[in-house]
Design a protein around this ligand. Structure first.
Ligand code: ADP
Ligand code: DAR
Length: 390
């Protein structure tokens, strides 16, 4: 019996004894399988406001009135998630890029009429009959250093998301389940050795100054993301949330931020292969102890549909002073190579000191090796263009 199963069984017994005393599953939005009328009214009002807005979100683009009417009364069989659980973030934040999250794994099936076209759009052609390939990582030596002379790249980071089988996602987790996940994940992390050996630091009780420094240094997730809050990802905060890292802070794992786990490898410079190898070894060591949630068609299951499949985001913090003089030209090149340009502090941030976070956009329909190659080739193209731009 794996550590995961043993820990899960023990915690399950504990959970059964205590669950009645702790918070119930997230404000249930239905009773007896029927969605509550006030939930339905809230959804109708929100949908009307979104439809009247100038939002450019994929939610607005793909949630047609016909699909809305077809899905609005559905619930997922096990966790009773509703369409409102999926779309609340985009209803509350018209400036969302996507605006949709899956409250539990079943949502990808029950609300497929919304998720499938949105996934096809975001992942550039992963249609509803497509199947994500089996895992195929390749190895770091497949990729040369992106910037051996250190002229452009400040640092390189490769991360992936993992969900623990049997647990829903943020909107449906009970406070006890946040504790349960932290216990399962931190137990597995504490068994890591070699360069992955490190320590788990719960957010609860963390010195605010230490937390701020970790965030400022790009190691720890930010707090107060309004998109995630509206998606039900800040409930019971900071219970169950934390960060694991090795001494050098080159291997890190986020616990219960957006996903159950974010497994991260990062370091200064442009040695993508070395960073990638460290992430692969970390994922494989954790997979020996934890049962990750993977769908036959969608690959690794995550809270946000943009992170399905490989769930890999490989990024560089890069200075391209010439290219960034004209953001439209940079975006045109990024689009050509399926790259995403973020600010210095990641999503929804601005570039500071001329440092942009540039990464692969697609995560589905490609193997892990192909995903890294797409980023590698794109960054090389940007660096080549920088050299030609005055
Ligand atoms: P995610 O990568 O999990 O999608 P974000 O875009 O919010 O999340 O980035 C998370 C943190 O990782 C941010 O602080 C961001 O600055 C940092 N980061 C991303 N790429 C790099 C990189 N190549 N080097 C250093 N820090 C990075
Ligand atoms: N802010 C949301 C998230 C989009 C994808 N990023 C994630 N999952 N962190 C949006 O819709 O813009």
């Amino acid at each position: 019996m794996s550590l995961h199963t043993k820990s899960r069984f023990g915690l399950k017994i504990l959970g059964i004894c205590t669950r009645r005393l702790l918070n119930y599953r997230y404000a249930s939005q239905c009773s007896g399988g029927e969605i509550d009328s006030e939930v339905l009214n809230e959804m109708e009002d929100g949908y009307k406001r979104l439809a009247a807005s100038d939002s450019k979100s994929l939610l607005k683009k793909h949630l047609t009135q016909e699909i809305f009417d077809k899905l609005k009364s559905k619930t997922t069989p096990h966790f009773k998630s509703t369409l409102l659980h999926c779309i609340n973030s985009g209803l509350c934040n018209h400036d969302s890029g996507v605006g949709v999250y899956a409250p539990d794994p079943e949502a990808y099936t029950v609300f497929a009429d919304l998720f499938d076209p949105l996934i096809e759009d975001y992942h550039k052609g992963f249609c509803k009959t497509a199947k994500h390939p089996e895992a195929s990582y390749g190895q770091g030596s497949d990729f040369e250093n992106l910037d051996p002379e250190g002229k452009y790249i400040v640092s390189t980071r490769v991360r992936c998301g993992r969900s623990i089988k049997g647990f829903p996602f943020n909107p449906c987790l009970t406070e006890f389940e946040y504790h349960e996940l932290q216990c399962l994940i931190s137990s597995a992390l504490n068994n890591l050795c070699g360069e992955h050996k490190g320590k788990f630091y719960p957010l609860t009780g963390m010195d605010p100054a230490v937390q701020k420094q970790l965030i400022d240094d790009h190691f720890l997730f930010k707090e107060g993301d309004r998109f995630l809050a509206a998606a039900g990802a800040s409930r019971f905060w900071p219970t169950g949330r934390g960060i694991f890292h090795n001494e050098a802070k080159t291997f890190l794992v986020w616990c219960n931020e957006e996903d159950h786990m974010r497994i991260i490898s990062m370091e200064k410079g442009g040695d993508l292969g070395k960073v990638y190898d460290r992430m692969i070894a970390g994922v494989e060591a954790l997979a020996e102890q934890l049962d990750f949630s993977r769908d036959e068609r969608l690959g690794n299951l995550t809270f946000c549909p943009t992170n399905l499949g490989t769930s890999i985001r490989a990024s560089v913090h890069i200075k391209l002073p010439n290219l960034t003089k004209n953001p439209k030209d940079l975006q045109k090149l990024a689009d050509e190579y399926n790259l995403q340009v973020r600010g210095t502090h990641g999503e929804h941030s601005e570039a500071k000191g001329g440092v942009h976070d540039i990464s692969n956009l697609r995560r589905m329909g490609l193997t892990e090796q192909e995903t890294i190659k797409e980023m590698h080739d794109g960054i090389r193209a940007l660096i080549a263009a920088e050299g030609k731009t005055k």
